[in-house]
Design a protein around this ligand. Structure first.
Ligand code: PLP
Length: 405
């Protein structure tokens, strides 16, 4: 399969617009990716033709909606190489998926004094749910240190690992720095001391193929909107024996087998964890987006994105006053940086005036910003439709910003 980035761009109509009279250069993909026609059309078709509630309906529309909805689960199963569709649970996003595990697995199976490890580069979504659990249960949350270049300190991880560690929750790709963490090694080492492992794949899944069986992770989570799907939908993959042993996260319709005032029994997987009407359109949209994404040459795309990132970093390094933040040897999708004499938010605003969309601030990763003694960064983040021309526009934009200083 050959890679035609212009043909890919043509599938994303939002990219064709002008912002402040300049062609849009969208480099905020770590915050959310744009949506291809496949997703837009699937949502349109669903609401025009199929809209209905799923599972309980006795009519044709309900059947069609249910079939498309459950097809979505199979698509995600294929996307993650999960062993079975019922091990793919829907949530509102990565944040809710992590909260589900902290609340359901954590409250049931973690005890006072148990150690939970997260990395120091986590998004707040993979810190705060564990802090809340620790407050309630008396568990101890410890950060795995990060080296100044943004690489996870694996020697420090080894030193932290002992029999008291019962859970490790770690980000696959850092949204703030772009670091790709050695999750396979982390999982294998954590399992050796009897700890379970959750991998936050929010930033990983759009950049390279993920195989949950090869990784042998206990839980893997991601958000639909960061991989070309709609907002408000997330995925929690879990191993069958763990999901079976875990109590429901929420009570309500759909998650029950039988309800009576004498007592209620719960539904089987995946429905035990899916109380209430789900985000039906979201699932159908995500399925269409992932089918489109999986039809592309993903290895070639990962290579294209890596070349782009290396090119951007090399160009940025050459600009006087720019400091790259996060230069781990393995990175994906994200270039964070600072410009001497300019606050990141001012850089972001001046780039926006030139049609260039980046994100500025702490990127919901305050602990790593504190460790690096910076208030935040400017973050340019790439996706499958990003081009060398986008990088050139960013670099020219930064040169212009410098003239304002
Ligand atoms: N984890 C990582 C690494 C992220 O980048 C994000 C979002 O930026 C999240 C978790 C939270 O994702 P959501 O807001 O979609 O729940």
């Amino acid at each position: 399969m050959s890679l035609d980035i212009q043909a890919i761009r043509a599938q994303f109509p939002i990219l064709e617009q002008q912002v402040h009279g300049k062609p849009l250069v969208y480099l905020d993909n770590a915050a959310t990716t744009q949506k291809p026609l496949a997703v837009i059309n699937a949502l349109d078709e669903y609401y025009r033709l199929d809209n209905s509630n799923v599972h309980r309906g006795a009519h044709t529309l309900a059947d069609r909606a249910t079939q498309k909805f459950e097809h979505g689960r199979q698509v995600v199963q294929r996307f993650l190489n999960a062993p079975a569709p019922e091990l793919v649970l829907w949530s509102r996003g990565t944040t809710e998926s992590i909260n589900m595990v902290a609340q359901s697995y954590g409250r049931t199976f973690l005890q006072k004094g148990d150690v939970i490890l997260v990395s120091a580069m986590e998004h707040h979504a993979n810190i705060v749910p564990w802090q809340m659990l620790c407050e309630e249960k008396g568990c101890i949350l410890k950060p795995i240190p990060v080296k100044p270049n943004g690489e996870l300190d694996m020697a420090a991880f080894d030193a932290l690992l002992d029999g008291s560690v019962k859970f490790v929750s770690v980000v696959h790709v850092s949204n703030a720095l772009g670091t790709v963490n050695p999750v396979a090694e982390i999982i294998q080492k954590a399992h050796a001391v009897g700890a379970k492992v959750l991998v936050d794949g929010a930033q990983a899944v759009a950049h390279f193929p993920v195989d949950v069986q090869a990784l042998d992770c206990d839980f893997y989570v991601f958000s639909a909107h960061k991989v070309f799907g709609p907002t408000g939908l997330g995925v929690l993959y879990g191993k069958r024996e763990l999901l079976n042993a875990m109590p429901p996260y929420q009570g309500g319709g759909e998650m029950i087998a039988k309800v009576s005032f004498a007592g209620t029994t719960y539904n089987e997987l995946p429905y035990k964890f899916e109380a209430g009407t789900p985000h039906i359109a979201g699932v159908i949209g995500l399925a269409a987006g992932l089918e489109y994404f999986m039809s592309l040459d993903r290895i070639a795309l990962a290579q294209h994105e890596d070349e782009l990132l290396q090119y951007a970093m090399q160009k940025a390094r050459a600009i006087e006053g720019i400091t790259l933040i996060g230069e781990a040897p393995k990175k994906a999708g994200v270039m964070s940086f600072l410009m001497a004499g300019a606050h990141p938010s001012d850089v972001g605003m001046l780039l926006d005036q030139q049609g260039i969309a980046v994100r500025t601030g702490h990127h919901c990763a305050m602990p790593i910003m504190d460790q690096l003694c910076i208030p935040g960064t400017v973050r340019a983040s790439f996706s499958i439709y990003s081009t060398k021309a986008d990088v050139d526009a960013l670099i020219a934009g930064l040169e212009k910003v410098k003239m304002f200083l």
